[in-house]
Design a binder for this molecule. Structure first.
Ligand code: AMP
Length: 502
């Protein structure tokens, strides 16, 4: 089953339904989108001489054309390599070289950034919306190239919070299952529902395209190309039944925005990709009402490991409501999730270990990296590198990435626990806790804080809520925390910054 057939069918059955919009305006119907994808696929095959299985990079900012490109690549039986437009030219060059992409479709302007770093394997860079691009649509439409479920659909480059990004090989089956899982457990899409792509379509938001194509949703791309709460709220007003995937930092910006928002049009705001602290979650619930869901996933198990549903988040009178809010929810039905000890065996509820995932949504491996594939998929499970624990009711709480764990005086300390406490102080806006090498303790707990709280107040807060040995030994007040393009706090960079301070 080729994912491209979902678009072909929607185009045939409902050619006049809106498929894509730029801001408030519909720019493509399903009939138009399906035809454009089929013609561009024809050009890929007949003019550019691509073969099934060839990689085609999309180095593009969010745009309605993203849909055309992704589906054309699949339609021609090729694999897409979406690359984040916010990366540096050299980083994009690395992805182009590593993936062996023959063609790169680039947003206007990005082509110049990439050019000095373009590898010799790249045959052509085509500017999206340029004359060469437009001319490709003169090709004859072709039929969808059949492909098996285990063929490569999307080479998903990880965000590379440590070292070089790796290319997770996502197959047509992986993405089909992830799409079904969304519909079954996060939010069933009904025809005409809107999905707003404010987060990068090269990453999580892009993985919410397919279920909306299959179910005739309309995909909205903000006009500004940026994340502006005013614009997002205006789009919520314009499009009924609108959903959006966002990083917790984006949700936080919406919550903090003074702009007016009528929440009634919002269907679901889904966050994931990084922890949402309980205090922030409560504020979001107050502002937007029971329209929130959380997903926990990884490029290697796309958007699909565990989910905290709207009901879980909204169930204020449940005795364990707050604990559940701090969790990543329950595993999706399509995956096996175990919390494993060092020997790889499942631990009982309440014990902390590495989160392992099995199932048909788990990637086929890392592209051209056998060693990393073997390491990551050993024993038939994806080793997420995340540490967590199940509670007795089956909810999974993430502690931290294993490498972010602090070992002080021989005790394991999970930064997240301390961060949750510090964030309850009204003057703390953001916080990140790391371990600093220490001659006496091995590592000492250090808190980096954005906000105007006094260190003594924060210390008192910790004393009242957590064990003494977990209290930060030092508080460093900063204007901002280092983050990557997806809004994830870069603890590795923070540790390096911390080392340089002394
Ligand atoms: P990426 O592959 O770039 O999407 O990064 C995946 C990683 O982000 C996971 O392994 C987790 O460490 C983190 N992550 C993803 N979703 C969540 C979530 N809902 N809560 C906390 N951390 C998350």
């Amino acid at each position: 089953m080729n994912l491209a057939s979902w678009l072909t069918r929607s185009g045939l059955s409902h050619p006049h339904m809106p498929a894509a919009a730029l801001g408030p305006r519909v720019v493509m119907t399903y009939g138009e989108l399906a035809l454009r994808a089929a013609r561009l696929a024809g050009a890929l095959r007949d003019k550019l001489k691509l073969q099934p299985g060839d990689r085609v990079a999309i180095a593009a900012k969010n745009a309605p054309e993203y849909l055309t490109l992704l589906y054309a690549v699949w339609h021609a039986g090729c694999a897409a390599v979406p690359a984040n437009a916010k990366l540096h030219g050299a980083e994009l060059g690395y992805i182009l070289e590593h993936s062996g992409a023959r063609i790169c479709f680039a947003s206007k302007g990005l082509d110049a950034d990439i050019a000095p770093h373009a590898p010799s394997s790249l045959e052509r860079m085509i500017v999206i919306g340029g004359a060469e691009y437009d001319a490709l649509f003169a090709a004859d439409a072709i039929d969808v190239v059949p492909c098996a479920g285990d063929e490569l659909a999307w080479l998903f480059y990880t965000s590379g919070t440590t070292g070089r990004p790796k290319g997770a090989m996502l197959t047509h089956r992986n993405i089909a299952i992830a799409s079904y899982a969304y519909g079954a457990e996060v939010d069933p899409v009904t025809p005409g529902d809107a999905i707003l792509h404010a987060a990068p379509m090269s990453h999580g938001s892009g993985l919410y395209i397919m279920q909306h194509v299959a179910r005739l949703g309309v995909q909205i791309v903000p006009e500004s190309g940026a994340f502006e709460p005013d614009e997002i709220f205006a789009l919520f007003d314009r499009w009924p039944n609108i959903s959006m995937f966002a990083a917790p930092t984006m949700i936080k910006r919406l919550v903090d925005s003074a702009a007016e928002c009528n929440a009634n049009n919002i269907r679901t705001l889904i966050w994931g990709g990084a922890p949402m602290y309980v205090e922030d979650c409560l504020k979001a619930l107050d502002r937007f009402g029971p329209r929130l869901a959380q997903i926990y996933g990884q490029g290697e198990s796309p958007m699909t490991i565990a989910t905290l549903t709207r009901q879980d988040i909204a169930e204020r009178d449940h005795p364990r409501w707050r604990e559940r809010l701090a969790s990543a929810g329950k595993p999706y039905a399509c995956v096996d999730v175990i919390v494993a000890g060092a020997d790889g065996q499942a631990l009982p509820a309440g014990e902390t270990g590495e989160i392992l995932v099995g199932g048909d949504v788990v990637m086929a491996g890392y592209w051209r990296n056998e060693a990393a594939t073997e390491e990551s998929l050993r024993g038939g499970y994806l080793h997420t590198g995340d540490v967590g624990a199940f509670d007795a009711e089956g909810y999974l709480t993430l502690k931290d990435r294993s490498k972010d764990l602090i070992i002080s005086g021989g005790s394991n300390i999970y930064p997240r626990e301390i961060e949750e406490v510090l964030l309850t102080h009204p003057a703390v806006r953001e916080v990140s806790v790391i371990g600093r090498p220490d001659a006496d303790w091995g590592e000492a707990v250090v808190a980096y804080v954005v906000g105007a709280a006094a260190a003594a107040e924060l210390d008192a807060l910790c004393l009242a809520r957590i064990a003494r040995f977990k209290r930060p030994k030092d508080y460093v007040f900063v204007d901002a925390l280092p983050k990557n393009n997806y809004g994830k706090i870069l603890k590795t960079e923070l540790r390096a910054l911390d080392a340089r301070r002394k």
